[in-house]
Design a protein around this ligand. Structure first.
Ligand code: PAF
Length: 287
């Protein structure tokens, strides 16, 4: 496995892989790798000849300085995991390599970022879109793998690719969960044992929304309130949002029909967790 820090060296390494006729699969990450990332890497390994993982904590996408400061950084363990999984190349640039000068152009994401996390984390998706666009230009992958846990991020990336004609196939990968339903996230490491016990309330609330929708509930506000009501009243827990949106454009639905995405952000102590579930209504969508 090659660990490369410089853009020029990475380009050279990947040019060699392409000359050998191989498809390049790309898994962008911010490190602190867990089994959710492993699922992305395993898919890339199965489907591509050369798998590249980037590890870069992107300052541009953090809306709170303390979140950036406390984001877990575990490079030696990450490299070990990548090597074990058979990754070909890890790209682990320093911030100065990615941003040698202040950017004069950035991507401003439109309506798809107007609700859910986009509403509560100003600038976050602009930072994600900008760094992913840079990474796509640097790696030029044939396929790129993103987790469905970050459903709005996935929707944003699909739009970036469409709007800027980026020649890459976006491959969504299902969320990996603990046995109690908690979606794997690098942020789970920050939960203390008490908070860890409370955290699956997020998944359970989404399951309640999915259950009601499967039974034919069509009023989003009622489903929202019923799902929120499953979350224990505990001073550690605070719902930031729980919304029912249409899965492509991430806009709240006025009536539940067809497929809708239930998405939630829950603060557990000082840790913000997000999750979502796709819900199928027996009511046909009337367009
Ligand atoms: O999902 C993430 O880890 C990050 O948002 C990404 C896509 C690597 C961009 O920094």
């Amino acid at each position: 496995m090659d660990v490369i820090e410089a853009v020029a060296a990475l380009r050279e390494r990947l040019a060699a892989a392409r000359r050998a006729g191989g498809d390049v699969g790309f898994v962008p990450t911010m490190g602190a790798l867990h089994a959710g990332h492993a699922a992305l890497i395993e898919r890339a390994r199965r489907e591509c000849d050369c798998t590249v993982v980037s590890i870069f904590v992107n300052p541009l996408q953090f809306d709170r300085p303390d979140d950036l400061e406390h984001y877990p950084r575990t490079l030696p363990a990450d490299l070990h995991m990548c090597a074990t999984l058979g990754v070909d190349v890890v790209f682990a640039p320093a911030a100065a390599e990615m941003y040698p000068a202040p950017l004069s152009c950035t991507i401003e994401v439109g309506r798809v970022a107007s609700h859910l996390c986009g509403r509560y984390r100003p600038g976050h998706f602009n930072g994600v879109a900008t760094v992913v666009m840079k990474l796509f230009q640097i790696v030029q992958p044939d396929r790129a793998y993103f987790g469905e846990k970050d459903a709005q991020q996935l929707a944003v990336i699909r739009r970036v690719v469409r709007d800027f004609n980026v020649p890459v196939r976006i491959e969504p990968v299902p969320t990996v969960r603990e046995r109690d339903g908690l979606a794997l996230s690098s942020r789970n490491q920050r939960l203390d044992p008490e908070e860890r016990k409370l955290a699956p309330a997020l998944y359970r609330a989404l399951c309640e929304a999915r259950r009601l929708i499967a039974e034919g509930a069509d009023d989003p506000e009622r489903v929202r309130q019923a799902a929120i009501a499953t979350i224990p009243r505990d001073q550690c827990l605070r719902v930031e949002y729980l919304e029912l949106v249409e899965p492509d454009g991430m806009q709240p639905v006025e009536r539940i029909e067809g497929a809708v995405l239930a998405a939630c952000a829950l603060w557990v102590g000082t840790t913000r967790l997000i999750d979502n579930l796709m819900c199928d209504s027996p009511r046909a969508r009337v367009d």
